[in-house]
Design a protein around this ligand. Structure first.
Ligand code: AP5
Length: 214
């Protein structure tokens, strides 16, 4: 099964992608996590990606398409996966369609998570992420037992640099301009399903399962 999760920053894509991985065996492919890992490991990609993430801007399409082609069709390609944070522009969606066609692969579902912008800012401001295993917490709605340590692996919890209020605002603007048009792109293909992202993560997860027919 191949699923795309769309939606604004902080709507809960990563939280739901992790649940789909843990409970349904779909590999979470988060382009944000891949880029942050490259920056941490100081790979060549770091030079190109670091500034964009810091400013809340999108990394260029060509770079992202190369990265996704290697991840989805390289030596360690997964069979079933959920794309979390890709595609993010129309050229990325078109590039993905071409890759799928070249490899004879078809997309099963595109899920658009929707939430109130105020809820998004509040969710992002209180987010904490594990440096080691990328588990996602929220100091208000899903607090870790120890605010500095991951419940799952004991790794250090940190606040993402792009979760400062001014960068959140920029990310939301970028989303509206560059990513929101994707909903129409997939709606025209009859692939879009809109899922409200309010309620608990488990409630949202159940709606996603119903939408993908799992
Ligand atoms: P990325 O890491 O993909 O960030 P994003 O899309 O902005 O999304 P977030 O990770 O901020 O939020 P989320 O929707 O996953 O929410 P989460 O589950 O964590 O991208 C970062 C950057 O990388 C981009 O700005 C760009 O520069 C670059 N990039 C990445 N992909 C790219 C691409 N394809 N092209 C170009 N550039 C790219 O939840 C948020 C918080 O809410 C958490 O604290 C969580 O615990 C809490 N929460 C979740 N669900 C609920 C709920 N139901 N109720 C209450 N709280 C909840």
């Amino acid at each position: 099964m191949k699923v795309i999760l769309l939606g604004p920053p902080g709507v809960g894509k990563g939280t739901q992608a992790q649940k789909l991985q843990q409970e349904r065996g779909l590999r979470q492919i988060s382009t944000g996590d891949i880029l942050r890992q490259a920056i941490k490991n100081q790979t060549a990609l770091r030079q190109q990606a670091d500034d964009y993430l810091r400013r809340g801007e999108l990394v260029p399409d060509e770079l992202m398409l190369g990265l996704i082609a290697e991840t989805l069709f390289g030596a360690e390609a997964p069979r079933d996966y959920v794309l979390d944070g890709f595609p993010r522009t129309i050229p990325q969606a078109e590039g993905l369609d071409k890759l799928f066609a070249q490899h004879g692969v078809s997309l099963d579902s595109v899920i658009q998570l929707s939430a109130d912008p105020d809820a998004i800012v509040s969710r992002l401001s209180a987010r904490r992420t594990c440096r080691k295993c990328n588990a996602v917490y929220n100091l208000l709605t899903n607090p870790p037992r120890d605010p500095l340590r991951c419940d799952a692996c004991g790794g250090e919890l940190y606040q993402r640099e792009d979760d400062r209020v001014e960068t959140i605002t920029r990310r939301l603007q970028v989303y509206t301009k560059q990513t929101e048009p994707l909903a129409e792109y997939y709606r025209q293909r009859g692939q879009l399903k809109i899922v409200p992202a309010d309620g608990t993560p488990s409630e949202v997860f159940q709606r996603i399962i119903n939408a993908i027919g799992g």
